[in-house]
Design a protein around this ligand. Structure first.
Ligand SMILES: [Zn+2]
Ligand SMILES: [Zn+2]
Length: 394
């Protein structure tokens, strides 16, 4: 006859057996989870919580915002952002200079960090890799532009913030002034160990935007290259051209930048406090890149390039408008063109090139709470030369 104690013992054993079985299940589940943790990181089908600074209207003032990003899809990676830098374009777009915007909107298209999760089909990255994202987060990957590795010219390119994005819980892409980003793996680049995170961030827009046209200019030792506008983009153009052996003429409206410009390796720093300062350089340069992001006298600037030389505009003015004086341009007979960032392969190239050749942007690291002040400084030409936000402060 079973005693109460025996009953209790039986139930205790059953309980242990059942628990062990469940436990084994849990163990199994945990080890596969653990596997997922090491191989795929925090991959989950849930939206990813993110925290950043967003514009709420055209005032140009950013405030903290908590929002969600899409889950990590099969071809996506999740990057924990470490640093995000400030581009003048962020300010133009948030203030509505390029057309009406949806708010809240998180700006930022220069960000670097560590891969925290990868989708099932991702082979380009593994968890723990250093990665960066620039101005694009998606494209069709099938059209001629995409096949030519010029994804920025794909009709379906999704730019990093403010673009309609079906998979985004907010309906638009949200940028890098935030703690993380979910991005299709193709649109992230590897950040080599030999360049620091804060110095790598500005390469994702300022670096590629100037590197791409400079590479097409076939820089050779001794070629005379002009750089107009020495801000975030201009100082990178200057350093890149110098590193390729070019003789660089830097045109600035800020006398306070002359010392830096010469330290960056320019042959001459020309302070254009009056447009007549360009006259002595008429027809002297082989190539010129212009980063000025507002209306200026294009004909006079292009006249410093020799006949049939090339002049590339990369600065993006308000309303995208630049007025060209046809007579001025025809007299110089300069090949005027404009260029938009660069493709993903070239973006990886510029990051590798800068890491290998010690071409580093000059940066100032700031906390998130200083971002509004930093934006004012960018507009007032006081930035020296790229503000980089420490993402730990978002
Ligand atoms: Zn930019
Ligand atoms: Zn395409």
């Amino acid at each position: 006859m079973k005693t109460n104690d025996q009953d209790k013992e039986l139930s205790r054993r059953e309980f242990i057996q059942q628990t062990a079985a469940i436990g084994a299940g849990i163990m199994f589940a945990s080890s596969s989870d653990l596997f997922a943790e090491t191989k795929q990181g925090r991959a989950t089908n849930m939206n990813i919580k993110s925290k950043g600074y967003a514009a709420r209207d055209t005032s140009g003032t950013l405030t903290p915002w908590e929002f969600e990003r899409r889950p990590v899809g099969d071809n996506d990676i999740l990057i924990d952002v470490k640093y995000a830098s400030i581009c003048h374009s962020d300010i133009h777009q948030m203030k509505g200079h390029w057309g009406p915007q949806q708010y809240p909107q998180v700006p930022g298209h220069e960000m670097v960090g560590v891969v925290a999760a990868i989708g099932k089909k991702v082979t380009k990255f593994k968890v723990g890799d250093r990665a960066g994202v620039g101005c694009m987060v998606d494209s069709c990957l099938g059209c001629e532009s995409c096949k030519d590795e010029e994804e920025q010219y794909c009709p379906k390119t999704v730019f990093t913030y403010g673009y309609p994005e079906k998979s985004s819980p907010t309906g638009i892409s949200q940028g890098g002034y935030s703690t993380n980003i979910v991005v299709r793996d193709h649109f992230a680049v590897h950040i080599p160990d030999k360049i620091s995170f804060p110095e790598a961030a500005p390469l994702l827009c300022a670096g590629i935007t100037t590197y791409s046209p400079l590479m097409k200019a076939d820089l050779k030792k001794g070629i005379k290259v002009g750089v107009a506008g020495i801000g975030g983009l201009g100082h990178m153009a200057l350093k890149l051209a110098v590193s390729k052996g070019a003789e660089v003429y830097a045109f600035t409206t800020s006398p306070g930048k002359v010392k830096d410009i010469l330290a960056f390796g320019a042959k001459e720093a020309i302070v254009v406090d009056n447009i007549s300062k360009l006259a002595p350089y008429k027809g002297k340069l082989d190539y010129m890149i212009c980063t000025i992001p507002y209306q200026y006298d294009v004909a006079v600037y292009t006249s410093v390039v020799k006949h049939y030389g090339t002049y590339t505009q990369v600065g993006m003015p308000e309303k995208f408008e630049l007025t060209l004086n046809n007579l001025g341009l025809s007299i110089s007979r300069v090949n005027f063109n404009a260029s938009l960032i660069g493709g993903m392969k070239e973006t990886q190239d510029v990051v590798n090139y800068c890491a290998d050749h010690n071409v580093h942007p000059q940066i100032q690291i700031i906390k998130a709470e200083q971002v509004n002040e930093a934006w004012e400084n960018v507009v007032n030409k006081k930035a020296r030369y790229r503000y980089v936000i420490d993402a730990a402060t978002f």
